[in-house]
Write a protein that binds this ligand. Structure first.
Ligand code: COA
Length: 193
């Protein structure tokens, strides 16, 4: 599996079979390690485990598992715990692929019907929220900068970068960089999918 570094380059890590929650968590730690340290070795992944935002990812994965097992009430309790302990509100029903890296937890909100692909990097203060009952779909290898809001039934393509404090209310094509309020596309140094 490929993980994005903060230089918008990729590092790879071999895949092994594990139950889904463990596979997702391993990929989450690797993604974070790649983002912070530019590599996803075992030691670095362990270090990433201790960094801020990881507790929030773990609690979300647990809530998501409980939700899939039709234990909605227990899942809701875990979501509440996550919100109290880490300040992040991530709905148990949100579908988020492996390699989720939440770098800082403050005020992260991900609506329960949002769908995020693999290797999505989320900075602090990000909202991925609903508008008129519809939630966004984010592709793979997407970076969402600090304070950005992605709202409504829009599609954000693969390899997209969303700048700090951007408000994204329209579709963003693959590989694009979107900044500003409302977000506009710029020519940036994108990861290219
Ligand atoms: C969007 C982003 C990824 C683009 O990076 P980049 O490809 O290196 O782009 P550049 O820095 O070369 O900027 C290109 C243009 O976009 C503008 N721009 C960049 N980021 C912007 C933002 N968040 N909002 C508005 N304009 C922005 C620059 O001013 C520049 O404009 P110019 O061509 O008129 O001078 C980056 O600027 C960003 O916002 N990163 C978020 C980082 C973050 O959240 N860090 C949190 C750590 S805790």
């Amino acid at each position: 599996m490929r993980f994005l570094t903060d230089r918008y380059e990729y590092v790879t890590m071999p895949e092994t079979w594990r139950p889904r929650i463990l596979r997702n968590l391993r990929a989450d730690f690797c993604a974070k390690s790649a983002w912070y340290y530019g590599t996803a070795t075992r030691l670095r992944c362990l270090r990433a485990l201790l960094s801020e935002g990881t507790a929030c990812t773990c609690l979300f994965r647990l809530a998501s598992l409980l939700h899939r097992c039709h234990l909605g009430f227990v899942a809701a309790v875990v979501v509440k715990m996550n919100s109290l302990l880490t300040g992040a509100t991530i709905g148990a029903g949100a579908e988020i692929g492996p390699g989720l890296a939440i770098c800082h937890t403050g005020a992260v909100v991900i609506y329960t019907r949002a769908r995020l692909g693999t290797n999505v990097i989320i900075q602090s203060g990000v909202t991925i929220g609903v508008e008129k009952g519809r939630a966004p779909v984010l592709g793979d290898n997407v970076f969402v900068g600090t304070g950005a809001k992605v709202i409504g039934g829009i599609r954000v393509g693969n390899g997209v970068r969303i700048g700090a404090n951007a408000v994204v209310v329209k579709d963003v094509p693959d590989g694009a960089t979107a900044v500003g309020v409302p977000a506009k596309l710029i020519a940036g140094r994108g990861p290219g999918g």
